[in-house]
Design a protein around this ligand. Structure first.
Ligand code: NAP
Length: 237
């Protein structure tokens, strides 16, 4: 089976940090204005079938609910496929079913939840009743490759943009699932020790989530306002 090509598209400060609300403004204008001008327009130029985010990033668009307890054992599960109708895909990693989607559409895009096979039948009933499509990422909800293969096969996705946050990007990186990075470096600094980075895998000290993965610069563009857009291919050896 094949999975979609994954491009990780992120905006960051000079020190690689994740939270724009913490960064200094550029010499002219504001950081919000710069991101508003460039993040979506550059994403469109990647010509993907849709985007994937972690549960915490999706919570900016969808209310969180109290998740029902997970079952003790994974159950045999079937994906729930809704008709794509040419829409972009809005995909969230939500292993425990904590996102309270009220509709299968988000700003005109087709929602897909990536779940663990241990979510309850009631959680699946709620999602189907709301018209939300879902696929499974194994018993612990962490088998990202399996979920991506299902999305490629059942939703005809060949290319997806991974849009954070840092923990989700770190998980994709550690699993060797990122094919390209697309990074908007803003004229800004965070500067505080311990703030999350745009790739933020919580491994043991001494582990190397990017091990065996080598970056080759494929494009560099200076955008209006001094944002530098870098694209790198990831070469695995
Ligand atoms: N600078 C940028 O371009 C940018 C872009 C996007 C977001 N952000 C910022 O990033 C912040 C959120 O980032 P974050 O790193 O804290 O959280 P996140 O990556 O958005 O979400 C993390 C959650 O996703 C689920 N998840 C992560 N890895 C998984 C895996 N391997 N398998 C299954 N599920 C997985 C888990 O959900 P459960 O806890 O439910 O298990 C995890 O707690 C927000 O403040 C947002 O504003 C910045």
């Amino acid at each position: 089976m094949t999975r979609p090509r994954i491009t990780c598209h992120m905006v960051t400060s000079l020190d690689g940090r994740l939270h724009p609300e913490r960064w200094s403004d550029p010499a002219e204008g504001t950081i919000d204005d710069l991101i508003g001008r460039h993040y979506d327009t550059t994403a469109e130029r990647l010509e993907a079938d849709g985007w994937i985010v972690g549960r915490k990033t999706m919570a900016a668009y969808v209310p969180e609910i109290e998740a029902l307890a997970l079952l003790d054992e994974p159950q045999p599960r079937e994906p729930h496929v809704t008709e794509r109708k040419g829409r972009q895909l809005a995909i969230a990693l939500d292993p425990s079913g904590r996102l309270g989607f009220e509709s299968g559409e988000l700003e005109g895009e087709q929602v897909i939840a990536i779940l663990s096979e241990r979510v309850s039948d009631a959680t699946l009933d709620r999602l189907r009743a709301a018209g939300v499509a879902y696929v499974f990422a194994g018993g612990d909800g962490r088998d990202l490759e399996a979920a991506l293969e299902t999305i490629a096969e059942r939703f005809a996705a060949t290319r997806l943009i991974l849009e954070g946050g840092g923990v989700t990007n770190g998980a994709f990186l550690a699993a060797g699932l990122i094919d390209e990075t697309s990074t908007l470096i803003c004229p800004a600094i965070d500067g505080l020790a311990g703030i999350a980075a745009i790739y933020d895998h919580p491994g043991e000290t001494g582990s190397h989530p990017a091990g065996g993965q080598h970056l080759r610069l494929s494009a560099c563009e200076v955008l209006d306002g001094g944002v530098v857009w870098l694209r790198h291919e990831i070469v695995r050896k």
